[in-house]
Design a binder for this molecule. Structure first.
Ligand SMILES: Cc1cc2nc3c(=O)[nH]c(=O)nc-3n(C[C@H](O)[C@H](O)[C@H](O)COP(=O)(O)OP(=O)(O)OC[C@H]3O[C@@H](n4cnc5c(N)ncnc54)[C@H](O)[C@@H]3O)c2cc1C
Ligand code: FES
Length: 304
């Protein structure tokens, strides 16, 4: 029976935000359960984020007939690992009513606009001004940081950088630990790149020219290059399928829509504009124009 939302439930929108962070087909949307999401303990489990941020308490019916209470934040213990023993059942998740009355802030980062969450942070402030920051998706298990009052951005970033061991960050194609750490810190305010010790200004060699730039947090290489005027880098599928955004990094073709700009820091990037030399055009450019190729979908083959 759906509970009618009460006006004082300020955290209501967070439920919608977390459901939307769930990159799933409508079939999953319609059939998946909150408990199942916790039990799957996948990196981008948005119900893990939601119920841990709400301070949820799991009731586990143990296989031996006993009952155990565990904070949601302690239920997931690693990538696809939780505290259930064989034969245990996650019977219910209790959400304290007080949690629904908190103001909340939601920050989600992924490599592509509809990509899997690479970081999902939820801040909540209670009636007394105490703040809890719940870090998920970037870390292999939820991490909660508590502050007696609303911390300054610097204090929040410092707590993130020092409280979460590097080994707790996921390391996969959705983001390297350093990048995830940067994003967690970026979600907490300005100059986080500097706070994350990842260097604010980066150096790139683009088509043989040196650039010192600071791509903004989460920016993919494609949009970064276009902002620098390299419009030969096109947008197609934005998901690594079509190749329209292909560039070379140190001579290797990559889909720049999937590469965070900061990954090219210190590397040589070649765009289609960079292929031409001394005013002539490159045989490949000639081939594109001869065959009237407007979509660079064949780009990856052509580049290699
Ligand atoms: C296309 C697609 C996209 C997806 N995207 C995402 C995503 O973005 N993020 C994400 O987190 N997951 C994703 N999933 C994985 C999965 O569908 C979700 O995690 C979903 O929330 C799992 O919930 P469920 O109720 O379907 O669990 P089920 O599949 O029914 O169960 C999952 C596991 O948990 C166990 N289990 C379930 N409930 C309980 C319980 N109460 N007590 C004990 N054990 C239990 C089951 O035995 C099973 O081992 C995706 C799956 C698909 C097919
Ligand atoms: S836009 Fe990058 S592969 Fe299609």
């Amino acid at each position: 029976m759906p509970l009618p939302a009460q006006p004082e439930w300020l955290a209501g929108p967070l439920i919608n935000q977390c459901c939307r962070a769930f990159l799933a087909s409508f079939k999953i949307w319609k059939t998946a359960t909150v408990g199942g999401n916790l039990c799957m303990a996948l990196p981008a489990g948005p119900m893990i984020s939601l119920t841990s941020a709400f301070g949820g308490i799991c009731t586990i019916w143990k296989a031996d007939g006993s009952e155990q209470k565990v904070k949601v934040a302690d239920f997931v213990i690693g990538d696809q690992r939780n505290v259930l023993a064989p034969g245990d059942l996650l019977r219910q998740i209790e959400i304290p009513l007080e949690a629904l009355k908190r103001r909340t802030a939601f920050r989600q980062t992924s490599l592509a606009p509809v990509g899997r969450s690479a970081a999902l942070l939820i801040g909540s402030i209670d009636g007394g001004g105490a703040v809890t920051l719940t870090v998920t998706a970037s870390t292999t298990r939820p991490v909660q940081l508590s502050f007696a009052r609303n911390p300054e951005g610097k204090e929040l970033r410092e707590a993130l950088l020092h409280h979460i061991p590097d080994g707790l960050y996921h390391d996969d194609l959705h983001g390297k630990p350093a990048w995830r750490k940067q994003h967690d810190a970026a979600s907490c305010g300005r100059n986080s790149r500097r706070a994350a010790g990842l260097g604010a200004i980066m150096s790139f060699e683009i088509n043989g020219k040196a650039f010192s730039e600071s791509p903004h947090a989460g920016q993919c290489l494609r949009t970064f290059l276009r902002e620098l005027g390299f419009f030969g880098v096109k947008k197609g599928c934005d998901a690594g399928d079509c190749g329209a955004c292909t560039v070379l990094i140190d001579g290797e073709p990559v889909h720049s829509c999937l590469i965070p700009a900061f990954r090219a820091d210190g590397h040589a990037v070649t765009t289609i504009e960079g292929l031409a030399s001394d005013g002539g055009i490159h045989p490949m450019q000639q081939a594109f124009s001869t065959r009237r190729r407007f979509n660079a979908a064949s780009a990856p083959r052509a580049w290699s």
